[in-house]
Structures are given as structure tokens and as C-alpha cells.
Design a binder for this molecule. Structure first.
Ligand SMILES: [Mn+2]
Length: 314
């Protein structure tokens, strides 16, 4: 079924692995996992990993010249939309292979597109392809791919096909993935970080089924962090509380007069109100940029009304 993938990899001496911008652990786990997988099976191939970096990137990536792309195979992982690919030089490759599990339409020209939304993580898809091709795995490969699965499924909460996913995850453990070490690496945080969360946790206000967190600019005197670390990083401190159906965080931007809003709910669709204020996102997870605290208070009123209309919701 995946013989074409094997043929492509065998055919090229130079392989460059890309993934999406601002990578999450699924993008990095797939990219680095596949890098070590190809190296394990073909010692003499030149394999490169490229892209932007953030906290998930724990090993140095390659900076390569355009010339390297000449006659190369590029593999793009966890994305199939051109403007989201990190490092647009992928276009210089001789051939492109894409492996992705998102629902978007692919706008990259290629004869080798593997897109399957029944996979919960790209790392799961990569594992399945190369397991079926009988590639040799090792500890490092298995740990990277397992980390991609753990994070994209929110620790096995959001699974498209649980039987397939557990089967593939079990295979990775049999190949040397160590779940405890991976969990420690992903979820153990510094005391300072935990104490900061405790502060914001206690700052959340709860009224009529709503959780509300408001931060003005004075917050940056207390904590030396960027706006998103608070707005996006702290919003879910109010998740998982039975009585709280919708939770909202509003944080004054560090470098402008805007207020960044992040909104979440367990079940009630909340994105329409975000759109009304110029924002958007997913049904139960969205955001908007607001102009003033008056506007924030109007928005809170709208969400209270929505809750009133959904009295029996969760
Ligand atoms: Mn993914």
C-alpha cells in the first residue's frame, strides 16, 4: 500500500524534511522521528530537518543552502497548505511527498499526497506507514513519534480511531518508547511556572456558569512573560469545573492598547460571539482582539445571555 513511499526514499540520496510553522510536538515528533528512522535504515543518505524553532525543538535543525534542494526529495509532515509550511524553499525539490492528517484542501502540487483524517496524529500515520514497510525502528524514533501522538490526542482523550491508535502506540512502546519519560519531559514544569499558574488560578472570577480572568498591563510588572503565555497559556485553568460551562481570559497586550481575548467551552458553541467582535476560531475554542474594557464587558454580557439560553447544556 505504501510501496511508493519506500520507492521514493530509496530513489533519493538527499531528503529534506519540512513541517508546519510554529510547530507543535506532533510536527516536531513526526519530523525528528522520520529523520532518525531514515538514518537508521539508510546510513549513507543525506537527511536534513529544517524550519522555525520554539520550545518543542530540542535538537538543532539544519541550515542548508538552496543548492541542497537540487535533485532532492522533500517530505512535508503534518500540513498540506502551502502558506503554512515552514521554509518555502520546499518548492525547489525535485519531488515532494506529503503525509498529513488534517481536513484542509492541499494546494501544493505533488503526485505523492498521503492525507488521511482517520489518524489522530501525523506521528501515528508516519508510524503506520513505516511499520507496514517493515522499517527498523529504534528508541529515539519511537520516543519522538510517541510524543507526537500523546500531545495531538491530549494524552489519549481525542482519538479518531482508538483501536488503531492504541495498536500503533503499543507498537511504539515495543520499539523502545518510554511513556513515563515522555510524560515527564512534556509535563514536568518549574516551580516558578507552577506558582504563576496558581496566581492566575486564584485570580479567575466565577459567576453564573462563567469563568472570567482579566489582566491589565500591571501583570507584566509581576511576570516577565509575553501576552500569549498569559492569554492562551492560562485560559484553561478554568476548564474541568462542573459548574463552569464557558471560560474567558482577557489580557492587555504588552505592546499595544488592545485586549487579547481567549474563549473556551466544554460543549456550548461559542464561536459566533467571538466572530461578532471580529474574532474567530473553532466552535469551542476561539479568540478575539478587543479595543477596550467596555467592549470586554459587553462581550461578557453576551456570553451570559448565551448561557441563559443554554441552561440545560454542559
Ligand atoms: Mn498534528
Amino acid at each position: 500500500m505504501y510501496q511508493e513511499v519506500d520507492n521514493l526514499i530509496k530513489q533519493y540520496d538527499k531528503i529534506i524534511i519540512h513541517r508546519h510553522k510554529n510547530p507543535d510536538m506532533d510536527a516536531i515528533g513526526s519530523q525528528m522521528g522520520l529523520y532518525y528512522l531514515i538514518k537508521e535504515n539508510f546510513k549513507d543518505k543525506q537527511v536534513y530537518v529544517v524550519g522555525d524553532t520554539n520550545k518543542y525543538v530540542s535538537e538543532p535543525l539544519d541550515s542548508i543552502d538552496e543548492a541542497v534542494y537540487e535533485g532532492s526529495l522533500v517530505i512535508i509532515l503534518d500540513v498540506a497548505v502551502s502558506h503554512l509550511v515552514s521554509d518555502e524553499r520546499y518548492k525547489l525539490a525535485k519531488e515532494i511527498l506529503i503525509i498529513d492528517h488534517h481536513q484542509n484542501d492541499c494546494d501544493i502540487t505533488t503526485n505523492h499526497l498521503y492525507m488521511d483524517v482517520t489518524y489522530s496524529a501525523c506521528a501515528e500515520y508516519v508510524t503506520d506507514i513505516f511499520r507496514s514497510l517493515n522499517y527498523q525502528f529504534n528508541d529515539k524514533v519511537a520516543n519522538y513519534l510517541y510524543a507526537g501522538i500523546v500531545t495531538d490526542t491530549g494524552r489519549f482523550q481525542w482519538m479518531k480511531d482508538p483501536i488503531k491508535l492504541f495498536n500503533i502506540s503499543a507498537f511504539l512502546v515495543s520499539q523502545g518508547a518510554n511513556p513515563r519519560d515522555i510524560y515527564n519531559g512534556l509535563y514536568v514544569e518549574s516551580l516558578e511556572s507552577r506558582q504563576m499558574k496558581t496566581y492566575f488560578q486564584s485570580k479567575y472570577q466565577y459567576e453564573d456558569g462563567l469563568g472570567i480572568l482579566k489582566n491589565d498591563k500591571s501583570i507584566y510588572d509581576l511576570y516577565d512573560v509575553d501576552t500569549f503565555s498569559i492569554s492562551r497559556g492560562m485560559v484553561n485553568l478554568a476548564s474541568g469545573i462542573e459548574e463552569i460551562k464557558i471560560w474567558l481570559s482577557f489580557t492587555e497586550d504588552k505592546t499595544s492598547d488592545n485586549i487579547i481575548g481567549e474563549f473556551r467551552s466544554r460543549q456550548i458553541p461559542i464561536v459566533e460571539i467571538a466572530k461578532k467582535y471580529g474574532g474567530g476560531g473553532h466552535l469551542n475554542a476561539c479568540g478575539a482582539t478587543l479595543k477596550s474594557w467596555d467592549e470586554v464587558n459587553l462581550m461578557i454580557k453576551d456570553y451570559k445571555k448565551l448561557l441563559e439560553e443554554n441552561k440545560n447544556g454542559n
